[in-house]
Ligand binder design. Structure first.
Ligand code: S3P
Length: 187
């Protein structure tokens, strides 16, 4: 009797994950740590947008406005999702990418688990203020708070929420791996 390989029942890729959350939530640092542990490449959506455009995110906002930035971001996201269907990847999304309705629909139908890195507003604000990255949407605490409050319910649609406050990156990485059942992937 010959056996034929069983086709995968769903289009859900087994070896990909997306990190989402507000500005300053540590998506890029965690993405690098997870990439190292899992042996999967890491991709940062903002870095991809900058490479495609040949200018920084802040310059794109200045030249094209937020609407122009969102369009470029969406194209880069769709490209990234196609790559994630084919090969293992850890990806970090910019804070606004997950909450744009058309993006959310594409992300949900991709079947790739999204992990929401949750943290209190004050901590996120402090991290953004002390960092070197210029963030066009982190100019005032009031604007930052309004965006945070509007977006948080949407981030909660992610497959997994991880509380990051007071935790080291290594501990958060271990928690993501364990909660997604990825221990067998550890190199
Ligand atoms: C944005 C977050 C930024 C960057 C852009 C817009 C947002 O990414 O994509 O400035 O809308 O929250 P980080 O979350 O990595 O700071």
């Amino acid at each position: 009797m010959t056996t034929t390989p069983r086709r995968r029942q769903s289009s859900k890729p087994a070896r990909a994950l997306l990190l989402v959350g507000f500005m300053g939530s540590g998506k890029t640092s965690l993405g690098r740590a997870l990439s190292e542990l899992l042996g999967w490449p890491f991709q940062d959506l903002d870095a991809r947008v900058e490479a495609r455009q040949g200018r920084t995110i802040a310059e794109i906002f200045r030249n094209l406005g937020e609407a122009g930035f969102r369009q470029v971001e969406r194209e880069a996201l769709l490209e990234l999702l196609r790559e994630m269907q084919a090969a293992p990847l850890v990806a970090a999304l910019g804070g606004g990418a997950f909450v744009q309705p058309e993006n959310l629909a594409a992300l949900e139908s991709s079947g790739i688990p999204a992990v929401f890195l949750d943290a209190p507003l004050e901590e996120l604000w402090e991290r953004c203020r002390s960092g070197t990255t210029e963030r066009p949407l982190a100019q005032s605490l009031n604007q930052f708070r309004e965006l945070y409050e509007a977006r948080r319910p949407i981030y909660l649609k992610a497959a997994l929420r991880i509380e990051t406050s007071g935790k080291e990156v290594a501990a958060i990485a271990a928690e993501v791996i364990s909660r997604l059942g990825l221990n067998h992937e550890l190199e």
